[in-house]
Design a binder for this molecule. Structure first.
Ligand code: NAD
Ligand code: IPM
Ligand code: MN
Length: 358
């Protein structure tokens, strides 16, 4: 029995995780999969009601789950950062989910925003360090609210933290890579301490993987390359902040924010799966958010939990829905969020190859 903690969160987070839940409920009992799904109400409503963000007792309870499935947090009624840092970053740090796995895969040529670049060109994975860097929360104000105010935000890079994520990237390239190749993305020409450490760690690890090709780009230049020559990438490894930024660009390359999926992984602890996008207050409550990223997050979670066959089927169903244009308005379709979720379940029912019902 696998226990999944579901945190729908705020805005479209609730709408898209409802569709992911339909998929999990359909697959439950198939091919030996036995899921228990428990919802946790965390986010703006709870905070506005009683000031709670992520109580210690909830955190302790989450330790007993096999994985967390999250929608998105963040609400215009709550000061920026309270929910994002208090829930999302807190979970990533608490469970030491040091890898943020973000595939960039175009499923259909029509959705490419790049002229002459199609499904064979846009297919790579960003591995983002997920527990350190500029996200470490170290810093403070000097002379706050005076004309001489100074705000300091430190970047923390530990050798152990950098080593483990780079190693993961090389292992990932060996297992799933195309060439295989790992590209380091940094700003070593300016961040001469932080990214000097990244450069040394990368070099030391690379020599232990002679079968994996290596490459390097500064972060500004990589954004240019991602748009101009996305086909040169296989696996990109980078720090927390740069990974955040380049994966929104990656999301657009693969067809939009509604398609980009993210796994927060600690191979030895509780991992968490979510779409890359946020709570999108601009479209929340209108039943028009694209649920495919949230559904792909279910696929990634099933693969992580050892149900590769079911994970592949979820991915195949998403690909099929995209092929048939059974999608929400952001992808040029005219289905609602609910209708896309229902359609994915219909496709899963049709494609029962290898299914083993219990
Ligand atoms: P966002 O990703 O929520 O939205 C950016 C744009 O993309 C918006 O125009 C939105 O309508 C569109 N979009 C996003 N997801 C979509 C989907 N599934 N279907 C169709 N369109 C979609 O980013 P933002 O507006 O910068 O942030 C909104 C809130 O979400 C903020 O509070 C932010 O902190 C939070 N946020 C949370 C997470 C998370 O919990 N994982 C991630 C990013 C942002
Ligand atoms: C993401 C989000 C988060 C991040 C925010 C909401 C804290 O943008 O998952 O990409 O910066 O990691
Ligand atoms: Mn982001």
């Amino acid at each position: 029995m696998l226990k999944i903690a579901v945190i729908p969160g705020d805005g479209i987070g609730k709408e898209v995780t409802d569709q992911g839940l339909k998929v999990m409920e359909y697959l439950n009992g198939k091919n030996g999969l036995q899921l228990t799904l428990d919802k946790f109400e965390l986010g703006a409503e709870r905070y506005l009601k009683n000031g709670e963000v992520l109580p210690e007792k909830v955190l302790k309870k989450l330790e007993t789950y096999n994985s967390i499935y999250l929608g998105a947090v963040g609400d215009p009624r709550v000061p920026a950062g309270v929910l994002e840092q208090g829930i999302l970053l807190k979970l990533r740090f608490y469970f030491d989910q040091y890898v943020n796995l973000r595939p960039v895969k175009l499923f259909k040529d029509d959705f490419s925003p790049l002229k002459n670049k199609g499904v064979n060109d846009i297919d790579f994975t960003v591995i983002r360090e997920n527990t350190e860097g500029l996200y470490a929360g170290v810093g403070g104000f000097l002379k706050k609210n005076t004309p001489d105010e100074v705000a300091i935000q430190e970047m923390v890079n530990t050798r152990k933290g950098v080593d483990r994520v780079i190693k993961y990237a090389f292992e990932y390239a060996l297992k799933y890579g195309k060439e295989p190749k790992v590209t380091l993305c940094d700003k070593s020409n300016v961040l001469t301490y932080a990214h000097n450490l990244w450069q040394r760690a990368f070099k030391d690890i690379a020599v232990t993987y002679p079968r994996v090709e290596t490459d390097h780009f500064l972060v500004d230049a990589i954004t240019m390359k991602m748009v101009r020559n996305p086909e040169i990438f296989d696996v990109i490894v980078t720090c927390n902040m740069f990974g955040d930024i380049i994966t929104d660009l990656g999301a657009e390359l693969q067809g939009g924010m509604g398609l980009a999926v993210s796994g927060n992984i600690n191979p030895d602890s509780v991992s968490m799966f979510e779409p890359v996008h946020g709570s999108a207050p601009d479209i929340a409550g209108q039943n028009k958010a694209n649920p495919l990223a949230a559904i792909l997050a279910v696929g990634m979670m099933l693969k992580h939990l050892g149900y590769s066959n079911l994970g592949d089927r979820v991915e195949k169903a998403v690909e099929q829905a995209l092929k048939e244009n059974q999608v929400t308005p952001d992808m040029g379709g005219n289905l609602s969020t609910d209708e896309v979720g229902n359609y994915i379940v219909t496709l899963l029912k049709q494609d029962r190859e290898g299914e083993d019902d219990e």
